[in-house]
Design a protein around this ligand. Structure first.
Ligand code: GRF
Length: 218
């Protein structure tokens, strides 16, 4: 299965910084922990980038919070262990985050990738992975933070949107931007068609932004 079987993207896009692929960085494989809530196409994109040698990394573990998340089957196919931490079982966000930190530490995780994690995270998680907690968001931040970013862009009538990979800080969708890709909004776009084209770009920039972050912060 590819990261995004439905979307064949022929619209122009701009990626910045469009750093050349350097397979020697990082020299030592990054130990990744991935957090996902749903479909997991970004999980798959990272797995494919690792398999192709584009990203020198190993996904140590997947943490997911919805029992029926499709990402679990993807993890199984890639031989990545997956752990369900259902947010409904925790009274406070901090309690869930403490369990996430404990789990990642058990699996030797150094870099955490929020790849479609639909929960707000707290300093309990953020402070455990300083500069090593990364999120992907389907807009050109700082525009359209928070939920339903694709719908927000359509409603605003902007003509270009995109996706952003950034470091995570306590304020939602506000940390240092690592990499962005621009995606034009076409006249008949629905949130589904637009999100599909944004995801094509997400899958391109997420592995490259992880490598870039490793170069900057490892
Ligand atoms: C992506 O669009 C990502 O930007 C957002 O959630 C979506 C997850 O998609 N945070 P997937 O589960 O990786 O397919």
């Amino acid at each position: 299965m590819t990261a995004n079987p439905v979307s064949v993207d022929s619209t122009p896009s701009l990626i910045s910084p469009d750093v050349p692929l350097d397979r020697s960085i990082p020299a030592v494989p990054l130990k990744l922990g991935i957090m996902a809530s749903g479909n997991g196409s970004n999980f798959e994109a990272v797995a494919e980038a690792i398999a192709s040698g584009e990203l020198n990394a190993k996904t140590q573990v997947l943490i997911y919070n919805n029992p029926d998340a499709k990402v679990v089957a993807r993890a199984e196919r890639w031989g990545v262990p997956s752990i369900l931490l259902n947010h409904r079982d925790y009274q406070k966000r901090e309690d869930l985050d403490a369990k996430i930190v404990e789990t990642f530490q058990q699996f030797g995780v150094e870099w955490v990738i929020m790849a479609g994690w639909m929960r707000i995270v707290t300093p309990v998680l953020i402070d455990a992975f300083p500069n090593q907690l990364i999120n992907i968001h389907p807009s050109l931040l700082p525009s359209f933070r928070g939920v339903r970013a694709v719908e927000q862009a359509l409603a605003a009538g902007v003509k270009i949107t995109g996706c952003t990979v950034h470091l995570v800080v306590p304020e939602v969708d506000s940390g240092q931007i690592l990499m962005q890709a621009a995606v034009p909004i076409l006249p008949n776009d629905t949130s589904e068609t637009l999100h599909g084209r944004i995801q094509v770009q997400e899958h391109r920039i997420l592995p490259r932004a992880i490598a870039l972050a490793a170069k900057m912060y490892q």
